[in-house]
Ligand binder design. Structure first.
Ligand SMILES: *Cc1c(COP(=O)(O)O)cnc(C)c1O
Length: 238
């Protein structure tokens, strides 16, 4: 087991538990997803040995290669990056979660390509919570229609919302976009009582405390677990 990864896992878990305690939330209320983009399969093996069973990837070909190299490990695979429609099949066949569904077409393809023997694919709708031109995601106003459309696809389970807010200068300021995402999920839960909307995928290395204070149920952590990304991920052609 890699001592570096192991000690980083311990310190990230300590940050998560401290943030939960601070907000009066129960221990274990947040799942840790180790986002391994830019790191080799061996690093994932070390994380798995340290108890991280949920692995996130942002690029399809990189994620597929590592998934297939680690077929013997008991891991749950989360796709968290932008997804082009011609790359959905590889994801539908291998991943357990997709956090970044931002249009109905992608959801339809994932549903059609999900193997019959597999459990439904758990998905979140990505919301562009700060309206940034450089980020993917639907507007908050468009989220209900997309949730409704995905909710009609039996091969998918719509679990909640994901967002990557712009960085703020302080913890308190950083909580504001996370609070808006949590409020939006609350409204969707009221409106779509039949859907299993229990997931707020929000919080990364630099802002996990603010996200947990606002109700995150999954944090997606790369740098704080694995260090700076060694290989710059290739831009994938659509
Ligand atoms: C890379 C990435 C992360 C992890 O970011 P860090 O700041 O390194 O923790 C989380 N979510 C998504 C969607 C990412 O692409």
């Amino acid at each position: 087991m890699s001592p570096t990864v192991e000690s980083k896992v311990r310190s990230v878990r300590a940050r998560i538990e401290a943030a939960l305690t601070q907000s009066g939330r129960p221990k274990g209320a947040v799942a840790l997803i180790g986002v391994a983009k830019g790191h080799p399969a061996e690093v994932i093996r070390a994380a798995a040995a340290a108890g991280v069973a949920d692995i996130g990837e942002s690029y399809v070909s990189e994620g597929v290669a590592k998934h297939d190299a680690l077929a013997g490990e008991r891991l749950r695979w989360h796709f968290v990056g932008p997804l082009q429609s011609n790359k959905t099949r590889a994801v539908a066949e291998r991943f357990d979660w997709v956090h970044s569904v931002d249009r109905e077409r992608i959801g339809r393809r994932l549903a059609a390509q999900r193997p019959d023997h597999a459990d439904p694919l758990d998905v979140c709708v990505q919301v562009n919570i700060d309206g940034e031109a450089t980020k993917s995601g639907v507007t908050p106003e468009a989220a209900p229609d997309l949730v409704a459309a995905l909710g009609r696809l039996p091969a998918l389970r719509v679990r909640g919302l994901m967002a990557i807010p712009a960085p703020r200068a302080s913890h308190d300021a950083q909580r504001e976009p996370f609070r808006r995402l949590a409020t939006l999920l609350g409204a969707l839960r009221e409106h779509f009582g039949e859907l299993p909307l229990d997931t707020l995928s929000m919080g990364m290395s630099d802002d996990l405390e603010a996200a947990i204070a606002e109700g995150a149920t999954m944090v997606r952590i790369g740098t704080a677990l694995f260090g700076p990304r060694e290989t710059r991920p290739r831009e994938e052609t659509p």
